[in-house]
Ligand binder design. Structure first.
Ligand code: BDR
Ligand code: CA
Length: 319
């Protein structure tokens, strides 16, 4: 009997999803009961391959990996962003995976795993929300088995990264994001604001890339890929910060605010509009709004240490 939190991860691995997997698999605070894959950072098949590759490299226990939606609910999907490299995970030339996926659709895998669980489980969603939205639409009562949904997505006060207004995961499948955020289930959003905060320097990434453990070497290699791509001397831990928030909520500042997902076809499609006004009672608000918990800021030094410790590479940190 352990006190670890039972979680399911939904990913589009993805360099920073890989960092999130490294952290989640290493943390004794989490019991990863399954990983579902969705198209986003790269095509679905590549996401599955990358996810299995990371698990192999870590010699992880046989956690089930299921493939899900290969496109958003309505739109054809966006082109793969070039920042993640040709394979979507930093082109590290890791060996092809030996383990296999489970041959069941991710939505069915989620339904079955949640239904079979004695206790409600926590979902950690680091990708477009197509799988999760389909699950909630097809099996609305499954919400009883969901403790909380953590979502990397959207922006609070920060600008977008895919359009001036919208963050990638929400812009990729805005209808799915609206379904999940307005589901009435407890949601914690980890938007671009904290996402941009937690970084490793290039020197730290170099030290990790030369470290002994497989996780540190992969994390260092991925971070160096992003340093090269952006021509910067630092790299973000990105999605891994969402996992850090689940492991160590004391390191996060959050507020509860009403959110609306812009589903228009204009320039703000996929924007997460928060009602940040001090006084909202009696003031106009058009469209669908739901209260969610949103992480506005995190203790970056604390999460850097958490990540480095999980990789067995604390000595790589400069501070
Ligand atoms: C999100 O989009 C992807 O590029 C990253 O993996 C992250 O989940 C950031 O907008
Ligand atoms: Ca992601």
């Amino acid at each position: 009997m352990t006190n670890a939190l039972s979680v399911l991860l939904d990913v589009d691995t993805g360099g920073d999803d890989a960092l999130a997997l490294l952290l989640a698999m290493a943390s004794p605070a989490l019991d990863v009961r399954g990983i579902t894959c969705v198209a986003g950072n790269c095509a679905l098949e590549q996401v599955v391959t990358n996810t299995l590759t990371i698990l192999d490299a870590l010699e992880a226990p046989p956690v089930p990996v299921a493939a899900g939606m290969d496109r958003p609910i309505l739109e054809p999907g966006l082109p793969a962003p070039p920042l993640h490299g040709g394979d979507g995970m930093g082109d590290l030339r890791l060996p092809a995976p030996r383990r296999s996926r489970v041959h069941i659709h991710a939505v069915e895998f989620l339904r079955r795993t949640l239904a079979d669980s004695a206790e409600p489980m926590t979902l950690i969603c680091l990708a477009p929300l197509s799988n999760i939205a389909m699950l909630l639409r097809m099996y609305p009562r499954i919400g009883d088995k969901i403790e909380r949904i953590y979502v990397m997505g959207g922006t609070f006060a920060a600008p977008g990264n895919t359009t001036p207004a919208a963050e990638f995961n929400v812009r990729y499948d805005p209808e799915a994001a609206a379904i999940v955020l307005h589901s009435g289930l407890p949601v914690t959003l980890y938007p671009l604001d904290p996402f941009m905060q937690v970084r490793f320097t290039k020197e730290e990434a170099e030290a990790m890339a030369g470290a002994k453990g497989a996780g540190a070497r992969i994390a260092g290699g991925i971070a160096l890929h992003y340093c090269r791509f952006f021509g910067m001397d630092f790299s973000l831990i990105g999605d891994a910060g969402t996992v850090a928030t689940v492991i160590d909520p004391e390191g996060a500042n959050w507020v509860r605010r009403p959110v609306h997902v812009d589903l228009s076809s204009g320039t703000s499609r996929g924007a997460t509009v928060f009602d940040r006004r001090v006084m909202t009672d009696g003031f106009a608000r058009e469209g669908e709004w739901t209260d969610v918990d949103v992480v506005t800021r995190v203790d970056a030094p604390r999460y850097r240490k958490l990540m480095a410790a999980a990789l067995g590479a604390v000595e790589a940190l400069a501070d």
